[in-house]
Design a protein around this ligand. Structure first.
Ligand SMILES: [Zn+2]
Length: 263
């Protein structure tokens, strides 16, 4: 018998919760740690589509990258989207766990995977964790590294489109020079542009950024490479399901097949 707690222990080895950002709401958000788990569905976000899929496949646990609830809630009713989703999950005895920024930041996590996909070398966090967290030295917020040779944005685009499913590539295009030092922040990383500027990056790869963040990037001569929020993270939930399958062969773990990208 595999309990929810034993799956959570494994998830904490893959994406240690101590590596999450302080503002985040990670870990077990819905569920009973003593329950048995037979099926796990990994997805980017708990939505009607992914919840339908979890119910249809009789999943006991949804590992959702994005937390639900994210902010404190004072009631769980069908009067709000969050309440409706939580009620349905609870009614179907589906636990919800979110690794979110713990999975972004960890050694095997999303930013590290993106760095590998574009071939960065000398990879370091954009903002390393404080030494007193007893985390490995190479963990922290975002990543930055050096491409083996100076590369055009078009060439990076080809690499990203080939390696990231659902990639919707856009970039701030006033910068004509080549790119060698690249910062990476998966998801909505525009707010961390300052870290990439401080690190002296030529470009920053992220999911999405606002108009004003794009202007700020241009003003600082940093190219923003935008692949879409969904594309920048959803591949990593497939990878997380594969890790769970390898470490818990007695449990059926799969990535969502029905989740779709809005952007
Ligand atoms: Zn995200």
């Amino acid at each position: 018998m595999t309990t929810l707690q034993s799956i959570l222990n494994t998830l904490d080895e893959l994406a240690p919760l101590r590596m999450a950002e302080s503002w985040d709401n990670v870990g077990l958000l819905v569920g009973d740690r003593s329950r048995e788990v037979h099926r796990v569905l990994c997805c980017l976000t708990v939505t009607d589509a992914t919840l339908d899929e979890a119910i249809g496949s009789e999943a006991d646990l949804m590992v959702s990258h994005h937390p639900i609830p994210f902010k404190p809630v004072s009631r769980i009713t069908a009067d709000s989207t969050t309440g409706t989703l939580l009620l349905r999950a609870i009614e179907h005895r589906i636990a919800i766990y979110s690794p979110h920024t713990a999975w972004d930041n960890s050694e095997l996590g999303i930013n590290a995977q993106l760095a590998k996909q574009i071939g960065l070398q000398n990879v370091r966090p954009l903002a390393p964790f404080a030494a007193d967290m007893r985390a490995p030295l190479d963990t922290g917020t975002g990543r930055c590294g050096i491409l083996p040779t100076e590369t055009s944005i078009e060439s990076l685009q080809n690499t990203l489109v080939k390696s990231i499913p659902h990639c919707q590539f856009r970039h701030t295009h006033s910068i004509q020079r080549g790119v060698q030092k690249v910062g990476i922040v998966c998801g909505s990383g525009g707010s961390l542009l300052g870290l990439a500027i401080k690190a002296g990056c030529d470009a920053m790869l992220t999911g999405e950024a606002t108009y004003h963040q794009c202007l700020e990037a241009e003003a600082n001569n940093v190219a923003l490479l935008l692949v879409g929020h969904f594309a920048s993270e959803s591949f990593a939930m497939t990878a997380l399901a594969a890790h769970l399958s390898r470490l818990h062969p007695e449990v059926s773990s799969m990535a969502s097949q029905r989740e779709y990208s809005l952007f």
